[in-house]
Ligand binder design. Structure first.
Ligand code: CR1
Length: 814
């Protein structure tokens, strides 16, 4: 008998339909007959929220009254995805919803489609934050996600006629947004600019201007935990709606200036991924949400107290700094403790140091934020003083430890000209962690080596994870049902290591066939979805080969597209007869930062390779390339369950972890990948024989750099590589215009910083192995199933348990 632990339904479908009717009437003012699907969506959302409110309030009360330290996850990004299905799942209302909506005369699909996905993140870092708050709630750990409610999320990506990326604003708040509760009565004041003066021997900051930070609260329901946490996203509002004096002189635009300036702070998410952005506005954003969050935590944990005993602060909440974006929180907490509450430096430092921990998400040195001192001085003069003093204290500490002067200089947090936020975070908090074993090791050996030599105890690893609720249960209901059938329980949804129990079933051909049938059905679904949404004609009987992630040179989409062109050239030249070719559908999804030239050229190339290949009768049915635009969480949820083979082909030593790799393995795709990021751990767990490994290792990469890397040598030596690059250069994919990809080609042949050309041979060689296995469906699926069975470790629940034990030292509410 199957044991079911999913949340029990609180109401019948008929009762839920009545609740929806009430919402339609009292909040939307329409009858079910007048309602549009979007009305029903808003009404259902409000109805689900009502089911969660009691648990939400109880969780908050227990958090404040109990003795369990809470977690404050400070993150500039939360890429949460659509909310409705997830809320229904956790409220135990999925079935009731389906029935109720139909009984009201609507299609479930239409209602679900009415939700607009919030794009409040760029990629992996923001999606990880979303998985983490889901897991914290599901584990019953009291927590806040603290961030920004951007009015414009990540840009909407379109492609023009020439295949170029066009960015358009993503005004996700254009229609009613039922999930965020705006709480005007719990606002905070955040100030900027001005000067620091001495009054009675004390430093006093006299800021020049302030904005109002208004919290917008999103409920974060746990799965089967009865707990509901809060994601508190701050929106910036002006204090002065407009300046009446100016307005009376009828200078209308001048009059609304303060409002525009204030509201600009939360206007737009920076469309960056792993590159620094030197804009004052970005620092304003960072300080804005961090300052509001720190004051909010004091308000929450010391309710109604004018003189709270903040020496207990670090026992109430621990703040996790998600990358360097919130690191200004360290001098801010120092300032609050000293200037607002009168603590001395040493006491403030002890509290601050205990409160913060830092997660680094990169290995690219240019992605560690460094702020010009001048900018900090202008925007946050008091903070700059505090940072200088932290740096002085740090230097003395290093001297006392006998660290050499040269090294001390290298380690400076404040260099005079600039402030290194990663160094400030490393010194200012208790722990530093990387996001996969290899990454954490490289942080210790390279990126933060000096720090790890002096403070070895601070460094630890927490390998990333993904939530099985969204990425298996919601995204892949067929596989979820099969897993539950195979294990005889659905407890795996809160204890993903139970997937291990599927391993013996990989020897059971009947079960493997069922597993293969799930994949096939998902492929058909995806083909229909791609037709409906994009007009693509995808053949679900071909291998679906997917590469989805931000477009970045280090991730090496170029390697994939060059190999694909080489395959195309093989068929065209007759080197391979079309019958020898395994039919493949290659699907790309990727956004490039708007200012990232080579990344945008790569997008244009992929689109044009797709255009040429898909229209060439010589390769018809053998090779197809699709590039659905605007890759987002929703598309991921459709595409990942339908994928046979996924690509994790970054240059070794550059991808901190990756989390897409985990989602694919858990959904029964096979992976072709390098020994990079979490690929290493995935391969260890699923077994080397169930993972297509290729390419240079970190050590080989380093050795090749040291020896002097010359990409041209690889071009000269490999005729297939040469043919592919020549086709790009000679205008095959640009209607004969050789100038279009000239810069890209020039970069490959002269620089190729991420050694795409050096790994080309290994990458194309392994394709034979991949295809030999794919033509044996039973064996392929057996291996894919073994991937699923051994990927339970990559649940974000396990990541959170590691954070709790290694860093946060707290746990679930009693
Ligand atoms: C890394 O590039 C990792 C995520 C989440 C990204 C990716 O490898 O999986 O973080 N880093 O840890 C990032 O976005 C700004 O830095």
């Amino acid at each position: 008998m199957t044991e079911i632990t999913a949340p029990k339904s609180p109401v019948t479908a008929a009762e839920f339909a009545n609740e929806i009717r009430e919402q339609l009437k009292y909040t939307q003012g329409v009858t079910p007959e007048q309602a549009k699907p979007a009305d029903v969506y808003v009404a259902v959302s409000a109805a689900v929220r009502r089911h969660l409110v009691d648990s939400w309030m109880k969780t908050q009360a227990d958090m404040v009254n109990g003795n369990t330290k809470a977690v404050g996850y400070l993150s500039a990004e939360f890429l949460i995805g659509k909310q409705l299905r997830n809320a229904l799942l956790n409220a135990g209302l999925t079935e009731q919803f389906n029935e109720a909506v139909e009984s009201l005369g609507f299609s479930v699909q239409d209602v679900v489609d009415a939700e607009y996905e919030p794009g409040l993140g760029n990629g992996g870092l923001g999606r990880l934050a979303a998985c983490f708050i889901d897991s914290l709630a599901s584990l019953g750990v009291p927590a806040f996600g603290y961030g920004i409610q951007y009015r414009y999320g990540i840009f909407k990506q379109e492609f023009d006629e020439a295949g170029r990326q066009i960015e358009t604003p993503d005004y996700w708040l254009a229609n009613e947004e039922p999930w965020g509760h705006i709480d005007y009565n719990r606002d905070q004041k955040v100030s900027f600019g001005g000067e620091v003066v001495e009054e009675n021997g004390r430093k006093v900051w006299k800021p020049a201007w302030s904005v109002r930070a208004v919290p917008v609260d999103y409920m974060v329901p746990g799965y089967a935990s009865g707990r509901v946490n809060t994601l508190r996203l701050w929106a910036a509002k002006s204090y002065d709606e407009f300046d009446l004096l100016t307005f009376n002189k009828s200078e209308y635009l001048d009059a609304v200036k303060p409002q525009v300036k204030a509201e600009n702070i939360s206007k737009i998410l920076y469309p960056e991924d792993s590159t620094p952005q030197g804009k004052a506005l970005r620092l304003e954003q960072q300080y804005f949400f961090v300052s509001a969050s720190i004051h909010d935590a004091i308000r929450v944990f010391y309710p109604g107290q004018d003189k709270p005993d903040l020496t207990t602060f670090a026992d109430k909440i621990t703040f996790q700094l998600n990358d360097t974006h919130p690191v200004i929180g360290i001098p801010e907490l120092m300032r609050v403790l000293m200037d607002e509450y009168g603590y001395d430096w040493d006491t403030a430092w002890t509290i601050t140091n205990k409160t913060f921990n830092y997660t680094c998400h990169t290995l690219l040195p240019e992605a560690l934020e460094v702020w010009p001192s001048k900018l900090i001085g202008e925007l946050l003069p008091r903070h700059l003083e505090i940072i200088e003093k932290i740096n002085d204290q740090f230097e003395s500490e290093l001297k006392a430890k006998g660290v050499a002067d040269e090294t001390i200089k290298d380690m400076a947090i404040y260099t005079g000209d600039s402030v290194r936020m990663a160094y400030l975070a490393t010194y200012g908090g208790s722990h530093v962690n990387g996001v996969a074993e290899l990454h954490s090791q490289l942080l210790k050996d390279v990126t933060l080596k000096n720090f790890s030599d002096v403070y070895p105890g601070k460094f630890t690893n927490v390998t990333n994870g993904v939530t099985p609720r969204r990425f298996i249960k919601l995204a892949n209901p067929r596989l979820s049902d099969l897993i539950t059938e195979g294990l005889g329980t659905d407890r795996w949804l809160s204890d993903l290591e139970l997937l291990k129990g599927l391993e013996p079933l990989a020897a059971d051909d009947e079960f493997v066939k069922k597993f293969a049938a799930v994949k096939q059905a998902n492929k058909v679904d995806f083909a229909n979805y791609a037709k409906r949404e994009y007009g693509f004609d995808i053949d679900p009987n071909t291998m679906i080969n997917t590469m989805v992630k931000r477009l970045h040179e280090y991730k090496r989409q170029a390697l994939k597209i060059l190999a694909l062109i080489a395959r195309y050239a093989d068929i065209k030249s007759g080197r391979l007869s079309a019958d020898e070719v395994l039919p493949r559908t290659v699907v790309f999804g990727a956004k490039a930062a708007p200012g990232y030239y080579l990344a945008k050229q790569t997008i244009q190339l992929i689109n044009n390779v797709a255009r040429v290949v898909n229209n060439d009768p010589d390769v018809k049915g053998k090779l197809n390339v699709y590039f659905p635009w605007n890759y987002n969480v929703r598309l991921a949820q459709h595409l990942i369950p339908a994928t046979d083979l996924d690509e994790q082909i970054s240059q070794a030593g550059k991808e901190a972890s990756g989390t897409g790799n985990m989602k694919f393995a858990l959904n029964g795709a096979m992976t072709v990948g390098t020994l990079d990021g979490a690929n290493v751990e995935i391969r260890e767990r699923v077994g080397a024989e169930n993972f297509f490994l290729f390419g240079m290792t970190v050590d080989e990469v380093d050795a090749l750099y040291a020896a002097g890397y010359d990409p041209k040598k690889y071009y000269d030596a490999n005729p297939r590589l040469r043919a592919a690059i020549d086709m790009v250069a000679d205008g095959t994919f640009s209607n004969g215009d050789k100038s279009v990809y000239a810069d890209l080609v020039h970069d490959w042949l002269t620089k190729d910083w991420f050694m795409t050309l050096a790994d080309f041979g290994a990458y194309t060689d392994i394709q034979a192995e991949i295809e030999a296995l794919y033509v044996q469906p039973l064996e392929w699926n057996r291996k894919a199933l073994i991937n699923v069975a051994n990927s339970g470790y990559f649940s974000s629940d396990r990541s959170i348990e590691d954070y709790l034990e290694r860093i946060w030292k707290t746990g679930p509410l009693a």
